[in-house]
Design a protein around this ligand. Structure first.
Ligand SMILES: [Zn+2]
Ligand SMILES: [Zn+2]
Length: 250
């Protein structure tokens, strides 16, 4: 299975990642990635960039080394209301907003509160992707989250790093979440969550997981760059994404 979109990557700007944007682009091109989302941690994460880092992403060329660049953020979900560490007018400049629960910015509570928090975040209309939802530090009701993801048009991420370097014990939760997405007719996206260029575009563990449950390939949106871009365009992003469309013409 070839995956054309990496919807979750970090650069030096995150404070605990080790490659530049240019290095990530080169690695993505080498792996046949057509759309690369730059999704550094939101400002509330210790060591994360100032909000100006995100506001200035307009200086990035839309296409670099043949790879389409999505101006993204891995925003922190801050509270049960589903508020993020980026303001609404600020995120209007972004192409892609991931929402994540991280221990430094959201103290783990219980399954009911986590589920409520994720559903409220989705309902706010402010995220495109719910990232690494299989994290055992934040148990959730997979069925409720998958249903909300369909209702509010949010992609559920399967995160390659959850099976390698981060969030040990994610496997069973990720399976349950993917199974719920399959049942409710939602869509997955695969993210490398690379914190170094050599891991950009690596989805070996994600693919192993989805194949182990016979997850329907047509419900993996990130397989196809054009479909992924059309999904973003359909969400009425104010940023002009038309130049990226040229990657898929002809
Ligand atoms: Zn994260
Ligand atoms: Zn991340």
């Amino acid at each position: 299975m070839h995956i054309e979109v990496d919807s979750h990557t970090h650069t030096l700007a995150s404070g605990h990642a080790y490659s530049t944007l240019a290095e990530n682009i080169t690695a993505a091109a080498g792996r046949g990635i057509k759309l690369l989302a730059i999704t550094d941690h939101g400002p509330a994460m210790p060591g994360g960039p100032h909000i100006w880092f995100f506001m200035n992403m307009k200086v990035l060329p839309r296409i670099m080394n043949g790879v389409g660049v999505l101006r993204g953020i891995e925003a922190n979900i801050m509270n049960r209301k589903g508020e993020l560490d980026i303001q609404f007018d600020e995120q209007s400049r972004m192409d892609l907003v991931l929402g994540s629960l991280h221990e430094p910015t959201f103290a783990p509570r219980n399954k009911t509160i986590h589920t409520d928090t994720v559903v409220n975040t989705m309902a706010s209309g402010r995220i495109d992707v719910f990232a690494h939802g299989g994290n055992p530090a934040f148990p959730i009701d997979a069925d409720e989250v998958a249903k909300a993801a369909v209702e509010y048009r949010v992609l559920i991420e399967i995160n390659n790093s959850s099976f390698t370097t981060s969030r040990p014990g994610s496997e069973a939760n990720c399976k349950a979440l993917a199974e719920a997405v399959a049942i409710h007719g939602g869509k997955l996206t695969l993210g490398s969550d690379a914190h170094i260029a050599s891991r950009v575009g690596m989805f070996d563990q994600c693919i192993r997981l989805v194949q182990s449950i016979d997850f329907p390939e047509k419900q993996i949106l990130s397989r196809n760059g054009r479909d992924f871009l059309n999904f973003l365009i359909s969400k009425n992003k104010s940023a002009d994404l038309s130049e990226l469309s040229t990657l898929f013409n002809g």
